[in-house]
Design a protein around this ligand. Structure first.
Ligand SMILES: C[C@@](CO)(OP(=O)(O)O)[C@H](O)COP(=O)(O)OP(=O)(O)OC[C@H]1O[C@@H](n2ccc(N)nc2=O)[C@H](O)[C@@H]1O
Ligand SMILES: Nc1ncnc2c1ncn2[C@@H]1O[C@H](COP(=O)(O)OP(=O)(O)O)[C@@H](O)[C@H]1O
Length: 267
């Protein structure tokens, strides 16, 4: 049985408060993008994880897919499974690949073993694995707040636009990016600003990770500038980086982009 775990981008990200538990309150718009990892569950003599595709730093036994399976195993009598993960989503990219794998693994186990878990029950399991994970249960554009694990539905579709995603060969660790940020209370909530016309996003919609991540990695800021040079209506680093996306109103001429590490181009 297979699951296709897609990535996300953050259309704006305001870090509003450092919490007493060490986490940060934030507001962001999660927007799913069609670049997928593939997860397969196969009956097996023992529970293990096999990774193919892009290399993931760290020990395979620490893979979040395995963690997600074990969390469910505690509550349900699940038989041993081989978890095969084909990794296509760049890692350390701010694209939520690991979080998505965990959420889609939960959905896959729910389906394969007829656990009859509701969406909110699956969100609860996902939330226990990482702040970003719960979003991928629903996997629709949402306004997210609190740790990024509480949501409000929103009508936002970038159809009729063109999305370019660039992932430079830089790995940004989410935890260290959070350690470097400055929080600020925005004057106007992103929930409101996102309804401005796309042409106005550049002046009003920000990612609060950019200043500290750009200071460490000027190459990422240069990519953003190149996307604007190429006529992007809006460009932003996704999450804690290092990937940067550009939203274009007209088809992009790839030849003219002069960007390496282009990983994604989609309507
Ligand atoms: C920054 C964001 C923006 O969407 O995404 P990525 O860039 O990683 O994709 C997320 O907040 C990443 O969420 P996620 O990757 O699930 O984080 P977790 O595993 O829960 O936490 C990793 C570490 O980041 C910090 N953290 C995370 C979430 C949050 N709201 N405040 C925090 O301070 C904590 O130090 C925590 O120990
Ligand atoms: N299935 C997985 N996919 C990606 N990373 C994973 C996975 N399981 C564990 N990790 C760990 O999580 C870290 C960051 O994961 P990732 O979701 O790619 O972050 P980001 O959303 O910031 O790009 C990796 O460096 C890796 O050590």
């Amino acid at each position: 049985m297979l699951a296709f775990a897609n990535a996300k981008i953050n259309l704006g990200l305001n870090l509003t408060e450092k919490r007493s538990d060490g986490f940060h309150n934030l507001e962001t718009i999660f927007y799913p993008v069609k670049i997928n990892d593939v997860i397969e569950l196969v009956d097996s003599e023992e529970t293990l994880c096999i990774i193919k595709g892009i290399e993931i730093p760290g020990n395979v036994d620490e893979n979040i897919c395995l963690k997600a399976f074990k969390v469910l195993q505690k509550d349900f009598n699940l038989p041993h499974q081989k978890l095969i993960l084909l990794k296509n989503i760049p890692v350390g990219a701010g694209l939520g690949g690991g979080s998505s794998d965990a959420a889609f693994l939960i959905k896959l186990v729910n389906e394969k073993f007829n656990l009859s878990l509701s969406k909110s029950q699956m969100e609860r399991y996902a939330r226990s694995l990482g702040a970003d994970c719960a979003f991928f249960i629903k996997n629709e554009p949402v306004f997210a707040y609190a740790k990024g694990d509480e949501f409000e539905d929103m009508e936002l579709r970038l159809t009729n636009h063109f999305l370019v995603l660039v992932k430079p060969p830089i790995h940004v660790s989410t935890a260290s990016a959070y350690a470097d940020v400055k929080v600020r209370q925005p004057i106007t909530s992103l929930k409101k600003l996102i309804h401005l016309p796309l042409k106005d996003w550049r002046a009003h919609i920000f990612n609060d990770f950019e200043p500290s991540v750009f200071a460490k990695h000027p190459q990422i800021e240069e990519i953003k500038a190149k996307l604007y040079d190429a006529d992007a209506t809006f460009a932003l680093m996704s999450g804690s980086g290092s990937s940067v996306f550009g939203i274009f109103e007209n088809p992009v001429k790839l030849q003219e982009l002069e960007l390496e590490n282009l990983v994604f181009y989609n309507v």
